[in-house]
Design a protein. Structure first.
Length: 226
């Protein structure tokens, strides 16, 4: 029992150290943010808006770091912190806190979804898909189906599974019309290669039939000669 307060104190101290380090990292990295593929496309504001947004984001990260340091079990603050770290594209820090948020609130699908987004942006698409599949087990949503569809089709070379998720998302009555439109567009693109493959197979079969016809005609005179 006497170890518990010590552990809590050391845990808070560790978070405070992490907080200071991350604030310094963010201040240095926000000037040169790099871009990586994301699960969904987002419109980017102009340079002035980006600069202001980066400053606000850095301030929010610092504020949330302090909240998490004061209360390491505050899952809501932890999730908000992960969101801001994702916005800053600080993937390593975002993953660290996302994993902690998942552990703190196992019934909440949001930190798992964020973890999937983080893993995808790190190029770990198989792990990202596994995280999003776990999200569906908690809460089945069309947006998650859409993300999984995109992952499987474009990043994991499994279009059949991707199409399955997209169709499930399209049939979700709770899905917003804009999301359904995006899913329908992805479905159409995913099904086009299948149609092209079928038409190509049919065309390649036609010459064989013509060859067979020619062979039959060539044999016909010989048969009549008998």
């Amino acid at each position: 029992m006497t170890d518990s307060p010590k552990r809590t104190t050391s845990s808070r101290a560790l978070i405070i150290v992490l907080a200071l380090g991350l604030v310094i990292m963010l201040a240095a990295s926000l000037k040169e943010r790099f871009e990586k593929p994301s699960l969904t496309e987002q419109r980017r504001p102009g340079p002035a808006a980006q600069a202001g947004g980066q400053d606000d984001n850095a301030q929010q990260v610092g504020k949330l770091m302090r909240q998490v340091a004061e209360n390491p079990n505050d899952s809501t603050a932890m999730i908000h912190l992960v969101e801001h770290l994702v916005s800053a594209q600080n993937w390593d820090a975002a993953e660290t806190f996302a994993q902690r948020a998942v552990t703190l609130d196992t019934g909440n699908s949001k930190p798992l979804y964020l973890l999937g987004v983080i893993m995808h942006n790190q190029g770990r698409n198989k792990e990202a898909a596994e995280a999003l599949e776990k999200v569906l087990a908690i809460k089945d949503e069309a947006s998650v189906r859409y993300s999984l569809g995109v992952l499987y089709i474009y990043f994991l070379e499994n279009p059949a599974k991707g199409v399955e998720h997209l169709r499930a998302g399209l049939n979700d009555p709770k899905a917003a019309e804009e999301l359904k439109k995006a899913i329908a567009q992805e479905l159409e693109k995913a099904q086009q290669p299948e149609q092209n493959t079928k038409s190509g197979a049919e065309q390649s079969a036609k010459p064989e039939n013509k060859s067979a016809d020619k062979a039959a005609k060539a044999k016909a005179p010989a048969g009549n000669a008998k």
